[in-house]
Design a protein around this ligand. Structure first.
Ligand code: SF4
Ligand code: SF4
Ligand code: SF4
Ligand code: FES
Length: 351
């Protein structure tokens, strides 16, 4: 394996890794803001700068390839001063009032300001100077807190490939006065999947349903599998007082590796709905009445047997639900083939 030195320590790296990836693989922390592991590095924020022996300037470690024999310093006074200057500039660039911000406790800018011992700027720009997009049901886009890192653009265009945040964006492409330079969304293409929200390192993009429901330190994260389809995406349920207040994707697990669709991320209202069925219902004379599971299942079995006797087994067909586990789908086909005696069995994901 190739070798380089980071902070005087010899470390191994894989060909093709960046300096940042080599450091992370060896447990050496370098702060980042714009870097999104699953997308092409852009080098926009410069938070990850490091000294490389022989280079005449600081280099962004996320966008600098690791090289055999390279010597890198990640925490020199020069590096620290550069990072502080970047953070001060970002803190002064928006309405960063952490007290009222939904991202308080989860914000990377806030955490880095704390780590580098920075004070809040004496004055902040007014919120009204920035675009606010609050017209759609699940996401608020408050660009008074945007640090122009571009992670939302990459999450949408490279990770989800929805192409809903069109170029150009960024401070030097200020072409449309009504739009400013912020990463505004083209709602023709937006699927409201919320991947941009998950990628946003600050409080610029937030989930409306979670607003005011609880801070990150008040919630418990419970891992589960999305109940909507057969893909089986891995979820974190953010739970406070036994209520789910938010859903995010598990970043480092198959099959979704941090991605979610609109249903998995936002479609959880049914769980606490007072209209949710809690007992079987049997319809009699046009009206539903509550029944026990035994009574309901006996009735279904009885009706299946009557239909089979009268019209034959092929008059009955079954469609297994994509929310079912493999084991339940197996049992479903067994019921139809072995008990009812028909091959009329299918699965809704195939229809
Ligand atoms: S985005 Fe971060 S730094 Fe800005 S107000 Fe919110 S918590 Fe504070
Ligand atoms: S919600 Fe999804 S599709 Fe819409 S802008 Fe965000 S990432 Fe793109
Ligand atoms: S909205 Fe968030 S993710 Fe997008 S550029 Fe601004 S800070 Fe970065
Ligand atoms: S994290 Fe490397 S430049 Fe932003």
């Amino acid at each position: 394996m190739a070798q380089m030195k980071i902070n005087g320590q010899s470390v191994a790296f894989e060909p093709g890794q960046s300096v940042l990836q080599a450091a992370q693989a060896n447990g050496i922390k370098i702060p980042t803001l714009c870097y999104l592991a699953e997308a092409t590095p852009t080098g926009v924020c410069r938070m990850c700068v490091v000294e490389v022996v022989g280079a005449d300037r600081l280099l962004p470690s996320c966008d600098t390839p690791a090289g055999e024999g390279m010597e890198v310093i990640t925490d020199s006074p020069r590096v620290t001063e550069a990072r502080k200057a970047i953070l001060e500039m970002l803190l002064a660039s928006g309405e960063h009032n952490c007290l009222l911000c939904e991202a308080n406790g989860e914000c990377k800018l806030q955490a880095l300001a704390y780590e580098y011992g920075l004070e809040a700027p004496a004055t902040l720009p007014a919120k009204a100077e920035f675009p606010l997009d609050d017209d759609y049901p699940v996401i608020t886009r408050d660009f008074s807190k945007c640090i122009l890192c571009g992670r939302c653009v990459q999450a949408c265009n490279e990770v989800q490939v929805n192409l809903a945040i069109p170029a150009p964006w960024g401070p030097r492409q200020d072409q449309e006065p009504d739009k400013g330079w912020f990463p505004l969304v083209d709602y023709e293409n937006c699927t409201h999947c919320g991947q941009c929200v998950q990628a946003c390192p600050v409080g610029a993009l937030t989930e409306k349903k979670a607003k005011g429901k609880g801070r990150s330190w008040e919630t418990k994260k419970v891992r589960t599998t999305c109940p909507y389809c057969g893909v089986g995406c891995q979820l974190w349920l953010h739970v406070k007082d036994n209520q789910i207040i938010k859903v995010t994707a598990v970043e480092d697990a198959q099959p979704n590796r941090g991605r979610l669709c609109v249903k998995g991320r936002f479609g959880y209202d049914f769980i606490h709905s007072p209209e949710r069925l809690t007992t079987p219902l049997i319809k009699e004379n046009g009206e539903f009445r509550e029944a026990s599971w035994d009574e309901a299942l006996d009735l279904v079995a009885e009706r299946f047997m009557e239909i089979k006797k009268e019209h034959g087994p092929d008059s009955i067909a079954g469609v297994s639900c994509a929310r079912s586990t493999n084991e339940d789908s197996y049992n479903m086909q067994k019921l139809f083939r072995a008990v009812i005696g028909t091959n009329n069995i299918d699965h809704c994901a195939r229809t």
